[in-house]
Design a protein around this ligand. Structure first.
Ligand code: MGD
Ligand code: MGD
Ligand code: SF4
Ligand code: MO
Length: 760
């Protein structure tokens, strides 16, 4: 068996001193407020923090750079329309700490690489463009002009435009993203991987094929009208905290909430709204009426059993099925004949429990299903999500008030980036419009997604890597493989706000281009600019920063794209100077090239914003019909001694940005290198709480090692374990991906757990 060789950065694998408390059942409360303000206080003067918070998620204000959960359409709370983690996101971005050239002179790449992600992130905002010369150990300052000509030179020296890769993370605005894909396509490639490839790609695939649109169908107001809300594979208390307000309202209106999750997540059990007076006296709302602690990757089996029983009981909306769907007969045949007995151990939920859920669903038709990474990051993710669609179609629970699909998006503008063209398979309508409006051909060949980009760099087929935001090295699977892939490049470039590990594992030459963040004021020609974003429910609205930029050497993302395009394509068909004058001009182009943005400038400048058209919401689907799909469900192939591991988020992080070392709701403090394990499994392996273990994955005959993890006894199904992302990404195999979506299977990594002897 070959081994993935360790990278230098692995000295960042030190332990920080775990303290264990009790896992909590209630999310929110006044403690959340106190902790949030402490984060602000640690990073900046409190007056500066309040200036941002007063505008956060208010109409015409700053869109929270955290998750993509929507703001209410009507009135916004004057107490603050944000959550603890929104405040942490602001504190992280608007920090008063900044990195000037002296910092990079004093700290070599080697010295920075031994720090943990937490320590690297806390260093501060990057204040000027930085360049790493081939063979050098330290980044040094470079002018913007020199940086753009260097990139242009590298790009134009490539034998083929397909040797360049242009990644996008999901914080980039509609304006920057539209210009970016326009530049990349005029340059001649569709190599536009994005964080979505690792995130909701499986949802996009499943929903696109069955309902005609790869986005969710519900609006926030539907939560108030729903009779049943299922929350599957999602931890809203940490990752979409204001969703708990929506669940609370739903509950008070009589909805029943069913959570499907291997672990009991605090927010799903109960919520204590920090904005309600009764919080002060300790009032909480119980949220989940049913909590199914499914085995990892057991959702497809669970949904199939539910749908089997609904069909058997004929608890179906026949009129809807008849008028609005295709494929029911075949599906009915298939689902009637599944073998419930083989599926039960896959999901791990007793039949009696499932029957209670079916009895409830049988009587209801206003059903919303919400989901996130617990469904999308598995081998069979697309089929699982299609089974969610089957359930909703059987019940006629779509395109009606109080019912529908709710894939809860992660990054604050990941959905908008896709809408305006960040996708490696160019939509035909966009290619046609670009030809018509700009006079160049979009290449037909599909580009690389994230996993294929990494492979292409590893194999030397791609040589220049450019990232618009994100932390590619830490976010992607198989960290050591990806590190090697990036190191093979002739040039790696990152447009970033803050320092991260991707700046330290680099190509022969490397650049860091510092940009304005959401909170920063963006003034062009003396006029304040705003950008626009799309939330998880397809609503487009503005976001305008308020803080004067801390350095005069930052550029906005749209300006970076325009200047890069001008340097790279001297005879460009696009008038980039026009967009540098006013972002209104960029929105005009989006309106002319992407469907649904009519009167964009006018509508987004009006008080609020607008919803994009949505065929799943209107019931138009695919030429008027939605599709049932039948799929076979199989158990994962796992040896008795091995475990299925999920890599998940703690309460103190935003993806690879680590806010702190605590995971308060899970009762884990001051340590991130933890493995959550059932007590029975601990007994089997003769492990005690806080023992140290090494975790291995052997996929494809390659040994991958994540050393030095601390065992935490946890209420998790037998045979399943949990670790945090990105510490455990080293174990996620590059070629273990979901069928159809090619999303890394970060929630079902097969691992071996080996105790570390004290003498080691
Ligand atoms: N504070 C904060 N907010 C965030 C983020 C962040 O890192 N921090 N990240 C943002 C991004 S990009 C995203 S995509 C979202 C992610 O939001 P989530 O998807 O909520 O994030 P994860 O931590 O990956 O949690 C997955 C949840 O699914 C459960 N789970 C894992 N495997 C399975 C399974 O097989 N079946 C079921 N039913 N459940 C399973 C886990 O126990 C966990 O509760 O959050 C966004 N918001
Ligand atoms: N094992 C495992 N791996 C996963 C996941 C998992 O659950 N498990 N989740 C996956 C998911 S859902 C996602 S979305 C990806 C996330 O992957 P990415 O989006 O690539 O990662 P982030 O950690 O969100 O990126 C953080 C960096 O973005 C930069 N940044 C922040 N704000 C801005 C800005 O306004 N502009 C610019 N230009 N840069 C900015 C900062 O420098 C910061 O260091 O990770 C994926 N990886
Ligand atoms: S729920 Fe998400 S978008 Fe809303 S304030 Fe919290 S982190 Fe920000
Ligand atoms: Mo995500």
């Amino acid at each position: 068996m070959s081994k993935r060789k360790k990278h230098d950065s692995e000295t960042s694998e030190k332990l920080t001193g775990i303290k264990l408390g009790k896992a909590q059942e209630v999310a929110g409360g006044l403690k959340a407020v106190g902790i949030a303000l402490k984060h602000v206080n640690n990073e900046m003067p409190i007056a500066k923090g309040l200036k941002v918070l007063n505008k956060l998620n208010q109409k015409k204000g700053i869109d929270c750079p955290g998750c993509a959960w929507p703001d209410p359409d009507d009135e916004r709370s004057s107490l603050g329309e944000y959550c603890e983690n929104g405040v942490k996101a602001i504190a992280e971005e608007a920090t008063a700490k900044a990195l000037y050239p002296e910092f990079f002179k004093q700290n070599s790449i080697q010295q920075l690489a031994v720090l943990s992600d937490f320590e690297i992130g806390k260093k501060g905002r990057i204040a000027q463009p930085m360049y790493l010369k081939e063979g050098n150990e330290n980044y040094e300052e470079i002018s913007w002009d020199a940086a753009f000509s260097l990139i242009a030179q590298h790009l134009n020296n490539l034998a083929d435009p397909d040797e360049a890769i242009f990644y996008t993370s999901g914080r980039t605005s509609n304006e920057a993203a539209f210009l970016y894909q326009l530049f990349v396509r005029e340059f001649g490639t569709n190599n536009l991987p994005d964080c979505s490839n690792m995130c909701h790609e499986s949802s996009g695939k499943a929903l696109g094929q069955t309902l005609g649109i790869g986005k969710g169908s519900v609006k926030l107001e539907d939560f108030e009208k729903a009779e049943v809300i299922m929350v599957m594979g999602q931890n809203p208390g940490t990752n979409h905290p204001r969703m708990l307000n929506a669940l609370k309202k739903a509950k008070r209106n009589g909805a029943t909430i069913i959570s499907v999750n291997p672990v009991k997540e605090a927010g799903l059990v109960s919520f204590n709204d920090p904005q309600e007076l009764k919080t002060i006296i300790g009032g909480k709302t119980k949220l989940s009426d049913y909590y199914l602690q499914v085995k990892l990757n057991g959702d497809q089996a669970l949904l199939q059993i539910i749908n089997h029983l609904l069909v058997k009981q004929d608890a179906l909306d026949h009129a809807f099925i008849q008028n609005k769907t295709i494929g029911f007969e075949q599906y009915q045949q298939h689902i009637s004949h599944i073998d419930v007995e083989t599926l039960l151990p896959i999901c791990g939920i007793p039949l009696s429990e499932i029957e209670k859920i079916v009895a409830l669903l049988a009587k209801k038709s206003k059903i919303i299903v919400c989901w996130a990474m617990g469904l999308t990051q598995h081998y069979n993710a697309v089929d699982t999500i299609k089974e969610v669609v089957n359930l909703l179609l059987l019940k006629g629970s779509i395109a009606k008030a109080g019912a529908g699909t709710c894939p809860v998006r992660g990054h604050s503008n990941v959905q908008g980036d896709r809408t305006v063209g960040i996708v490696e398979r160019p939509p035909k309508a966009l290619a046609d419009n670009i030809r018509k409006n700009f006079g160049f051909e979009v290449p037909e060949k599909h580009g690389y997604d994230v996993v294929n980009s990494i492979k292409a760099m590893y194999e030397g087929k791609a040589k220049v890597f450019f990232a618009m935001g994100g932390n590619f090295l830490s976010a992607t699977p198989d960290t050591l493989y990806t590190a090697k892939a990036l190191e093979q490049c002739t040039l790696t470039v990152h447009v970033s706000t803050k320092l991260n590990r991707s700046h330290l594992v680099h190509g022969k030459e490397a650049l860091i281009l510092p940009c304005l963040g959401r909170t920063d004021q963006d003034v062009v020609n003396g006029k304040d600019q705003f950008v626009t974003v799309e939330n998880s429910m397809g609503f487009v609205h503005s976001s305008q920063g308020v803080l004067p930029p801390f350095s005069d050497k930052l550029l906005s993302e749209p300006a970076i794209v325009c200047r890069l395009a001008k340097a790279t394509i001297p005879d460009s068909k696009v008038n980039w100077d026009k967009y540098l004058e006013s972002y209104d001009h960029i929105r005009d182009e989006i309106e002319h090239n992407i469907k649904g943005f009519d009167n964009y400038n006018k509508r987004v400048s009006a008080e609020n914003g607008f919803y994009l058209p949505n065929v799943a919401r209107s019931g138009n689907f695919i030429d008027g019909k939605a599709y049932f799909t039948a799929a076979h469900c199989e158990a994962l192939n796992v040896n008795d001694e091995d475990f299925v591991m999920m890599t998940l988020r703690s309460h103190d992080q935003f993806n690879t940005t680590i806010y702190g070392l605590d995971d308060r709701y899970r009762g884990i403090y001051n340590e991130r290198r933890v493995i959550l394990m059932n007590k029975k499994d601990m007994q089997r392996l003769n492990l005690k709480a806080q023992d140290k273990v090494n975790i291995y994955n052997d996929h494809g005959g390659i040994e991958r090692l994540a050393p030095n993890f601390v065992v935490v006894p946890y209420d998790i199904p037998v045979g399943c374990v949990g670790t945090y992302f990105p510490e455990a990404n080293v174990l996620v195999p590059i070629d273990a991906t979901a069928l159809q979506s090619n999303t890394p299977t970060s929630k079902s990594v097969i691992v071996r757990v080996v105790v570390v002897e004290e003498s080691e």
